[in-house]
Design a protein around this ligand. Structure first.
Ligand SMILES: N[C@@H](CCC(=O)N[C@@H](CS)C(=O)NCC(=O)O)C(=O)O
Length: 306
């Protein structure tokens, strides 16, 4: 057993990115089903405020955002690697583009196709989440407007795959494939949209990605996940706090907030800082001492106002 717990729900595209990552690694993992809308009473005590989906837990270590989740899965299960051949570094860049620009276009197309069927509670929640009111009557038009940009973004992937390569960086799947795939899955599988039906190389590749499955999954109750955190100690941090432009030292109280959607701050004691990750310690009544890990790219780290 890997000890890996994923807090997620079935319809979440970013969760699908991680589930397929487990499929590539053939990993065993435990699945905690979380609510699709706020509140998330057994999740936010672990994250300290961060509400997005998915979140990964290993004992008393909590990983927020798929960027750091996939890096952590790679560290714990190195083979097969998410960085084959020339993919290191570059794959992270492609993934960041996919997780932001490509995902935004995919969301608009998905909402355009499915908007009529989505409950008010979801649209209300996602209005707060995105900071922009969602008007059901405009969703179809907004989806049609974003269909062109979506096809432009995915046209680059179609072009890349046209030389017959199996995956974006060659014969083996990388982080970049996972990040592009979850957007295609959202549009193609969840939204049932035909906007990209004529991209033949892309669709063959997407079927190949789907074929990896989700690894070996077993279910876990959310309360049991909190109890697991309570009985565990966070892993020791290698490297401490690197010199930084803010002059932050180990032990400083800091806040970490996503810079796009779901801008809920997590506040705690700075215990780890590298070019790619920030780790804060939090002492919680529900789960004891936790280390909560975030990526640097896409997050705002500042001294906390205490
Ligand atoms: N950058 C984040 C994005 C995560 C994200 O936006 N997830 C969506 C679901 S796929 C979400 O959190 N929606 C609101 C919610 O689930 O509460 C990541 O890579 O994990």
């Amino acid at each position: 057993m890997s000890g890996i717990i994923l807090h997620h729900y079935g319809t979440s595209p970013f969760s699908e990115k991680v589930r397929v990552a487990f499929g590539i690694k053939q990993a065993a993992w435990q699945s905690v089903k979380i609510p699709v809308v706020m509140p998330k009473p057994d999740l936010t005590p672990l994250t300290g405020g961060y509400r997005k989906t998915p979140v990964m837990q290993v004992g008393a270590d909590i990983y927020c955002d798929t960027q750091i989740i996939l890096r952590e899965i790679e560290r714990r299960i190195p083979t097969p690697t998410f960085y084959p051949g020339p993919a290191k570094g570059l794959a992270e860049g492609v993934a960041f583009w996919a997780d932001h620009q490509l995902f935004q276009a995919s969301v608009a197309v998905f909402f355009g196709a499915m908007g009529d069927q989505l409950p008010d509670a979801l649209l209300d929640d996602r209005s707060k989440f995105s900071g922009r009111p969602i008007d059901r009557s405009k969703l179809k038009m907004q989806g049609a407007v974003m269909s062109g940009p979506l096809r432009a973004h995915l046209g680059w992937i179609e072009d890349a795959l046209h030389d017959g390569r199996k995956f974006l960086f060659g014969d083996a799947p990388s982080l970049a494939d996972l990040a592009v795939y979850h957007c295609v899955w959202f549009v193609r599988e969840r939204g049932n949209c035909n906007d990209i039906a004529d991209y033949t190389a892309l669709n063959v590749w997407a079927d190949r990605m789907k074929g990896f499955g989700h690894g070996q999954r077993s279910d876990l109750d959310s309360k049991d996940a909190v109890a697991i955190a309570k009985t565990a100690e966070p892993e020791a941090i290698a490297g401490g706090v690197a010199p930084n432009a803010l002059g932050l030292k180990a032990g400083a109280m800091v806040s970490v907030t996503p810079d796009d959607t779901g801008r809920d701050a997590t506040v705690g004691e700075l215990v780890g800082l590298t070019a790619q990750s920030v780790t804060i310690a939090r002492d919680t009544p529900e789960a004891g001492r936790l280390h909560v890990h975030f990526p640097r790219a896409g997050f705002v780290l500042v001294p906390a106002r205490v």
